[in-house]
Design a protein around this ligand. Structure first.
Ligand code: GDP
Ligand code: MN
Length: 362
C-alpha cells in the first residue's frame, strides 16, 4: 500500500526527521501563514514536472492554484487534497532511499548527491553517483555505516553527521512500519544550513497490516476488501474457477473458443453455497456480462454446494447463461441439482468446451 506524501511525512516526523511546516487542505483557505508550495496529494512520482507542485506568495494566488488542482488530475490521478507547505530556500538536493531487495533477501539503503531529479535517470546515466548498501534486515543500520556511504558519495565532511542522522532515522521508520520502499527526494539543505525532508514516499507491506493500525491511512479504506481474487476485464463472459491456475486455464479456454472474459474470479478453496452465490453475483453484476463459465474441481469444495449457489443466482437473474464444468466431491448430487433447474454440466474439458461454444454463440 502506498501512503500519501502527507502521511509519510507524519511518520517521518514521528521519527524525528525534520519536515517543512505544512497543512493539509481540500479547498480554499482563509489565509496563509507563510509563502506556500501547493502540493497535489496523488500517489505518483514526478508531480513537479506534471504541474502538480505550484508556488504562491499570497492567499488569493494560493486559492486560485488550490482550485486549479483540486478536482483535476495529475498524471491521471484525481487530486482530492493538497498539502500547503512553507516554501524553503533550497541550496542543495540529495536523494535518500530504502528498498527491499527480494532477490537478495536484504534491505538496500541508497544515497545520491543527485537529488530532486528522476533517480532512475541518474542510475542509468551516471551509476557511480548512486551509493548503495545492502543490509541483512535483522541487523541494525548503524551510524558508522551511514557515514561510510556519505564519505563514498563525496559530500562535504561538515554535512556528514546531519545527513547520516537522517539516513538512520529513515531506515528506522522504514523498519518500524514494515516498509517496502521509503524515499526522500529531495532531502535538502536550506540557506541557513538546516536539513529538511522536502518530499516523502513510504510504501508499506500489506501483509503486515495486523501489526499496525493501517486503518488511519487513506488508501487502506479505499482498497476493496474482497474475499475473492477478482480482476475485471472487458469481455462478456465471466470466468470463475477455484484456484488461480484453474481459473487462468479457464480464461485460456474461453479465448481459444473465440470468447472474451469479463473477469477473472478465483473463489478459492472450500467455498460453499453462500460464497459461490456472492462470487457469481459479483462476477455477473456488470451490464455487459451475458453469462458465466464456471470451472470447479471438487475437493474440499463440494459440487452440490456450488450447484446450489449457481441455482440461487439463476433464480435472481433468469437471463444469465451458464456453462459449467465440475468434477469431484458430490458430483452426482451437484448434477441432479443443476439439471432440475435446467442447467447441465460437464465433467470433462471437452464437454466444457462444447457448453462454452453454446454460451458464446447464444
Ligand atoms: P515530485 O515531483 O512528485 O517528486 O515532488 P517534490 O515534492 O519532490 O517536488 C518537486 C520539486 O519541487 C523538488 O525536487 C524541489 O526542487 C521543488 N520544491 C518542492 N518544495 C519546494 C520548496 O519548498 N522550495 C523550493 N524552492 N522548491 C521546492
Ligand atoms: Mn520528489
Amino acid at each position: 500500500m502506498k501512503l500519501h506524501e502527507y502521511e509519510a511525512k507524519e511518520i517521518f516526523k514521528e521519527n524525528n526527521i525534520p519536515i517543512p511546516k505544512n497543512k493539509l487542505v481540500s479547498g480554499k483557505v482563509e489565509s496563509i501563514d507563510y509563502p506556500v508550495v501547493i502540493k497535489a496529494q496523488v500517489l505518483v512520482g514526478g508531480r513537479g514536472k506534471a504541474g502538480g507542485i505550484l508556488f504562491a506568495d499570497n492567499v488569493d494566488d494560493a486559492n486560485e492554484k488550490i482550485e486549479s488542482l483540486i478536482g483535476n488530475t495529475v498524471k491521471g490521478e484525481l487530486v482530492e487534497k493538497v498539502l500547503l507547505e512553507e516554501q524553503i530556500k533550497i541550496v542543495k538536493e540529495y536523494y535518500v532511499g530504502v528498498v527491499v531487495n527480494r532477490n537478495e533477501k536484504n534491505n538496500v539503503v541508497i544515497f545520491s548527491t543527485e537529488g530532486g531529479v528522476d533517480i532512475e535517470e541518474v542510475a542509468s546515466k551516471t551509476p557511480e553517483k548512486i551509493i548503495k548498501l545492502s543490509l541483512n534486515p535483522e541487523k541494525e543500520f548503524l551510524p558508522y555505516l551511514a557515514r561510510g556511504m556519505l564519505k563514498k558519495a563525496g559530500i562535504p565532511s561538515a554535512e556528514i553527521p546531519k545527513v547520516a542522522d537522517v539516513l538512520c532515522k529513515v531506515y528506522k521508520a522504514f523498519k518500524n512500519m514494515d516498509g517496502i520502499l521509503a524515499e526522500i527526494n529531495p532531502l535538502v539543505f536550506t540557506e541557513d544550513g538546516k536539513i529538511i525532508a522536502a518530499d516523502a514516499v513510504l510504501n508499506v507491506d500489506d501483509d503486515a497490516y495486523f501489526r499496525h493500525n493501517y486503518e488511519k491511512f487513506e488508501e487502506f479504506n479505499k482498497q476493496e476488501k474482497s474475499e475473492f481474487a477478482y480482476v475485471e476485464l472487458d469481455g462478456d463472459i465471466a470466468v470463475i474457477g477455484n484456484g488461480a491456475g484453474l481459473t487462468l486455464a479457464s480464461m485460456d479456454i474461453v479465448k481459444e473458443f473465440g470468447g472474451n472474459p469479463a473477469c477473472f474470479l478465483d473463489v478459492g478453496g472450500g467455498s460453499n453455497r453462500e460464497t459461490v452465490k456472492k462470487a457469481l453475483l459479483k462476477a455477473t453484476s456488470r451490464k455487459n456480462v451475458k453469462g458465466a463459465f464456471i470451472n470447479i474441481l471438487g475437493g474440499i469444495t463440494r459440487c452440490d454446494e456450488v450447484s446450489m449457489g449457481i441455482v440461487d443466482v439463476l433464480k435472481e437473474n433468469p437471463n444469465l447463461k451458464f456453462a459449467v464444468r465440475m468434477m469431484g466431491t458430490n458430483e452426482e448430487e451437484g448434477r441432479r441439482i443443476l439439471s432440475e433447474n435446467g442447467i447441465s454440466f460437464e465433467s470433462s474439458m471437452e464437454g466444457a468446451a462444447k457448453a462454452l461454444t453454446e454460451l458464446i454463440n447464444s
